[in-house]
Design a protein around this ligand. Structure first.
Ligand code: ADP
Ligand code: GLC
Length: 477
């Protein structure tokens, strides 16, 4: 049995801004089910929703500050959660990273540097809990300083750093560095320095014993200039210690047969019930109730990564056809305004909700016929897997985890029952539009459509296999 300290800045259902939370809420559960002794550590944000009881565990003095460690559990699981309680830094409302206007909190460098320092103290058992992990598993830039600081310790646990997104690196002006009081030996171009800035992610990429990312294809892509954001050289240099492990999905949350957010549950054998969800979705969005019109869905952060600009370019032509489109998301204010404007122009065909809505996200997966995910890059992506599980055909660009989890519909893949979506190569509006048309042709042939739905619904996206891969990796470190 391994002792694993799992470090993250978000975990569903405690706090979530995106897929990182889905993964960090479900991978620890899967590891616990494999009998591992896993503890999750996360800042105690004001917005954190804990339904389990919380108790004081111990105190630490870190960087001249008094920190309390509180203990709770991940809801509906045996996973122990340690909350890093320091109200001066974490007792803010809302999002862990940005304020209500979308601006990063001004003291993010200090907030996450302190979090990392506390994790190091816990990892070295300086709180005297008689629990020292074998492995510290860090996720994304917010945890990047952990492997760097641990590298300076004697008799330290092994470190693994998982990249969920290379586009977010935790870069801060050099003026911040003094405030953080970091050990001088980490500050050089082969260390935490990146073009005279402090790079949190480099702490993970340079100093961890092993690096993973969330799909095999993305592990290769990030070694190229197009996807590496200036760190491709470093990643190439570390390629012997870099691998891709595909994310799973949490079937306790995302299974159409048991999904608690749905009024009309369904499975492969009751697939015709899916149309009741479509009706409910049309009602919720005040679109004409029509069982036959192909209904497209999209859920996500409205940012360039997700190819929202490609969709905006396609929409006028797409909406000239007999289709409906529902969108749930928030992000870039310009994108938000543009989709709002289009929804006003086509009130019978397009409806949107700007904001974050967990329950509506489930209904969109269940009620849509087709899910749009034309990402410019996608480290893994979860919604294309949720879609397949819910009999909703995803249209994806061939990149990262989308390439690894969706099989394009072609005569041979349809024949051998592997086709479960539409895949296109080029990040252009015309390629996306061609795929949309291809989907519409397939939608008009019910026997083929149903075959694709069933293929997708049968696919094994559970965490089991990936959790075993992580475990084998922990063993090897
Ligand atoms: P990313 O992490 O890059 O945002 P993923 O596909 O990995 O993309 O995961 C996104 C997760 O966040 C999914 O669970 C998705 O349903 C959820 N999500 C994104 N935007 C919203 C929203 N506006 N409302 C509800 N859920 C959302
Ligand atoms: C990131 C990526 C997304 C991935 C998620 C969980 O947010 O953008 O592709 O699915 O992390 O690993």
């Amino acid at each position: 049995m391994k002792k694993i300290l799992f470090v993250t800045s978000e975990a569903h259902p405690l706090i979530k801004t995106g897929g990182l939370a889905d993964v960090c809420g479900s991978l620890p559960k899967a590891l616990a089910e494999l009998d591992q002794d896993i503890r999750l550590i996360i800042p105690n944000y004001q917005a954190l929703k804990s339904t389990e009881s919380v108790r004081f565990l111990f105190s630490l003095r870190v960087d001249n500050r008094n920190i309390n460690i509180l203990e709770t559990r991940l809801p509906d699981s045996q996973v122990v959660v340690w909350l890093v309680d320091y109200p001066t830094f974490y007792n803010y409302p809302g999002n862990p990273y940005v304020d209500e206007t979308g601006e990063p909190w001004a003291n993010n460098a200090e907030r996450f540097a302190l979090f990392c320092r506390v994790v190091v103290e816990v990892a070295m058992d300086r709180g005297y809990q008689d629990w020292k992990p074998d492995v510290v598993h860090c996720n994304d830039w917010q945890c990047g300083l952990v492997p760097a600081l641990l590298s300076l310790e004697q008799d330290r646990p092994a470190t693994l750093f998982t990249i969920h997104n290379m586009a977010y690196q935790g870069l801060f002006p050099v003026s911040e560095v003094a405030l953080l009081n970091l050990p001088g030996q980490l500050w050089h171009p082969e260390g935490l320095e990146f073009h005279s800035k402090l790079s949190f992610i480099k702490g993970g990429l340079v100093y961890s014993d092993y690096i993973t990312t969330v799909s095999p294809t993305y592990a290769t892509e990030i070694q190229t200039a197009e996807y590496g954001y200036g760190l491709e050289g470093l990643l190439e240099h570390r390629k012997e210690s870099l691998g891709g492990i595909i994310n799973g999905i949490d079937l306790d949350q995302w299974d159409p047969e048991t999904d608690a957010y749905l009024t009309h549950n369904f499975s492969i054998t009751t697939l015709d019930q899916k149309r009741l969800n479509k009706k409910e979705l049309q009602t919720r969005f005040s679109l004409p109730i029509n069982e036959n019109v192909p209904l497209f869905g999209l859920i996500g952060r409205l940012v360039e990564q997700k190819g929202i600009d490609l969709i905006l370019e396609c929409l006028p032509e797409m909406l000239s056809m007999s289709v409906q489109f529902v969108l749930l998301g928030s992000g870039d204010k310009d994108f938000e305004k543009l989709v709002q404007k289009l929804a006003q122009e086509y009130p019978d065909k397009m409806a949107i909700k700007i904001g974050y809505d967990e329950s509506l996200a489930h209904l969109i997966e269940a009620g849509s016929d087709i899910f749009l995910m034309p990402s410019r890059f996608e480290p893994c992506g979860l919604n294309q897997m949720y879609s397949q599980r819910y009999g909703t055909i995803p249209i994806v660009r061939k990149t990262g985890g989308l390439a690894d989890t969706v099989i394009d519909t072609l005569p041979d893949t349809l024949l051998n029952n592997t086709a479960s979506g539409i895949v296109f190569n080029e990040a252009s509006a015309s390629s996306l539009l061609e795929s949309i048309k291809r989907a519409l042709v397939l939608y008009s042939i019910p026997s083929s459509w149903k075959k694709m739905q069933i293929t997708g619904m049968k696919k094994d996206f559970s965490w089991q296999k990936s959790a075993e891969q992580y475990l084998a990796l922990y063993d090897s470190l």
